[in-house]
Design a protein around this ligand. Structure first.
Ligand code: G6P
Length: 610
């Protein structure tokens, strides 16, 4: 949610900043802007809309500068327009700031500053921070000191990068609850909210900690806590390259990421699957092995697509290990008073590792003394660092706003975890071998599905007129129904609902008529016959039935208008296959309707505000 990039070095700063914004655009795309210092003067340019609008604005300008900060926005305070776009400046146009997060006490700070005679041009909380820093800067004449003073007044979350026209060879950045990474190049530094903006220039990075501040000069940098104690920052190497954040010949990131799934599933299993032992090895959990042995209950917490993965996790862990599981929306978990007992383990699931609600749930659980684990994609992210131990899903950067490959990798990791936990308890080696084999065969089965993507494209063409979709599944595939509906809503703006198939008769059945497409996930498993009965109920009300079925299931054809086959696998692994045609269906309908698939309206890739 919102992207920040700042540059100081020898290159043309405008070029580096615009390039960085383009790489970060998936984080927010309602407006963009940048500030640079040219011959001691602070210049700020901003535009409503996509980064392309800002590029257009700057095309004809000759700017000679090698230091600047930039931002791509997902609006929280104030509508997306030129004025509310970042950067924001103080009243004397000396300080410029870009900000991710929310200043919760901005209203009282604003009143205080208004009373002192300062004025504001935008409706944003960020401008309040700019003016506050300016106020302290007037007194201290020292940028870092002014920032420290201002940030200690602030309640809320921030990732900020700040420039001053009076100290033109410096960028100061700081974070609390919103990511900030410093790229260490040769005589150049790039600070950004996401490694994607950095790796073109350097793969050596420092992840700022909460309440940490960095000062970047042309030839050196230093890190301190916001309350002015020196910190010792460790340089890490980012383990992905540029090709991972480019489209690589695909029309959209979403399609590329759907097609990457055979590989990302392999990567999630790499070195972890012990087929001959019928077990899994998850090195990241070693520090909490004893806790896992003694666990009485798991609480899985997450948002959005990751929450759907958590629901599948509930079925997996309860079925394979007999350990009770509760699944909680992170946003709910943090605001009630969750009961956490001594042997409970909380698992936070997050692609980005930055979702504010999930991070807050982690903090709440830790405060209550729970062991907290993370299943996270982004290495070094806040959730990964805040948890006691965890497992990376290794899906690589996910740029498409609608999550696809991260979901299947989360499911793979949850399957591995269930296998490991099951084998610690009552799961036999033979059953373990069968499951491990099933997991190892998934990549080639996903390939077989993707080879038939055109069949889904044809279905998408025929159904793109629809204004509603219903998705129905049972057992392991109930969460897949929810995920299919979410994908449809996110990228096509078509209203869609997911339901447990049998629940349909308790309400949604009233919606069914000849215009309602109903997507059933009906693999051949022990509840297959029950799902057939549910399909009959829809057919008899003239609903248009699309079924995701197990290959060779000829019987299903007589019940469905469209059938898409997925290869046979263990029931517990079907979600990893059945979700793929649903991702494709949403994708192809969105393309058919002419929407921007990678940047759907109103959404952000990672929601770093509550
Ligand atoms: C946002 C994204 C969703 C994502 C959710 C949770 O709403 O648009 O695609 O599932 O956040 O994100 P996380 O990074 O925590 O998995």
């Amino acid at each position: 949610m919102c992207g920040i990039v700042g540059y100081i070095g020898k290159r043309d700063a405008v070029k580096v900043l615009l390039n960085g914004l383009q790489r970060l655009e998936y984080r927010g795309y309602d407006s963009a802007g940048l500030s640079v210092i040219e011959n001691g003067t602070l210049l700020t340019f901003k535009r409503k809309g996509k980064v392309a609008e800002l590029v257009k604005l700057l095309e004809k300008k000759q700017i000679n500068c090698s230091v600047g900060i930039a931002h791509t926005r997902w609006a929280t305070h104030g509508e997306p327009n030129d004025i509310n776009a970042h950067p924001h400046t103080d009243n004397s146009n000396t300080i410029s700031i870009v900000h991710n997060g929310i200043i919760e006490n901005y209203h009282s700070l604003k009143q205080m500053l208004l009373a002192k005679g300062f004025h504001f041009v935008s409706e944003t909380d960020t401008e309040v921070l700019a003016v506050l820093i300016g106020y302290f800067y007037d007194k201290t004449q020292d940028l870092e000191e002014a920032i420290r003073a201002a940030l200690s007044e602030v309640q809320g979350t921030f990732g900020v990068a700040i420039l001053s026209a009076k100290e033109p060879d410096k960028i100061v950045a700081a974070r609390r609850g919103s990511p900030m990474i410093v790229g260490i190049g040769e005589d150049e530094y790039i600070v950004a909210s996401d490694a994607a903006a950095i790796i073109q220039y350097t793969r050596q990075v420092i992840y700022l900690d909460d309440n940490e501040m960095v000062t970047l000069n042309r030839e050196s940098y230093s890190t301190k806590t916001i309350d002015n104690r020196l910190t010792n920052s460790i340089i890490h190497l980012v383990d992905f390259d540029l090709s991972k954040i480019e489209k690589g010949g695909y029309e959209h990131f979403m399609l590329k990421e759907i097609f990457e799934q055979p590989q990302t599933i392999r990567d999630a299993c790499r070195g972890r699957l012990l087929v001959d032992d019928g077990n899994a090895r998850l090195g990241g959990l070693l520090p909490v092995f004893d806790n896992l042995r003694n666990v009485d209950r798991f609480i899985l917490t997450a948002c959005g697509t990751s929450w759907h993965a958590a629901l599948v996790g509930e079925y997996l862990i309860e079925n394979l290990c007999g350990i009770p599981v509760e699944v909680e929306y992170a946003s709910e978990f943090r605001y009630r008073n969750p009961i956490i007992r001594k042997n409970d383990i909380v698992i936070a699931i997050s692609q980005s590792g930055e979702t504010a609600d999930t991070l807050a749930a982690v903090q709440e659980a830790k405060q209550k003394g729970a062991t907290v684990l993370g299943i996270v994609n982004v290495v070094g992210s806040s959730i990964a660092r805040a948890t006691d131990a965890g497992v990376y899903i290794h899906a690589g950067p996910e740029i498409g706003v609608a999550s696809t490959k991260a979901f299947t990798s989360q499911l793979v990791v949850l399957s591995l975890l269930s296998l490991l936990l099951g084998r610690m308890r009552n799961l036999s080696k033979l059953d373990g071998i069968q499951i491990a084999r099933g997991i190892s065969e998934l990549p080639s089965k996903v390939e077989q599905i993707l080879e038939r993507a055109d069949q889904i494209k044809a279905i998408a063409k025929e159904f793109s007129y629809s204004r509603n979709f219903l998705y129905l599944g049972r057992g392991y595939n109930f969460p897949v129904a929810l995920e299919g509906a979410l994908k449809m809503k996110e990228v096509t703006y078509i209203h869609a609902e997911g339901y447990p198939s049998a629940e349909m008769k308790h309400g949604p059945i009233a919606l069914i008529d000849e215009n309602m497409p109903v997507v059933f996930i009906a693999p051949k498993d022990e509840i297959y016959d029950k799902v057939i009965s549910n399909i009959e109920e829809v057919r008899s009300r003239k609903g248009r039935v699309i079924v995701i079925a197990t290959e060779k299931d000829e019987r299903i054809k007589k019940y469905a208008e469209k059938v898409f086959y997925i290869p046979e696998t263990l029931p517990m692994l079907t979600p990893i296959l059945s979700v793929i045609p649903l991702q494709l269906l949403a994708y192809y309908i969105a393309v058919e309707l002419g929407y921007n698939v990678d940047q759907p309206r109103n959404l952000a890739k990672s929601v770093t505000v509550e």
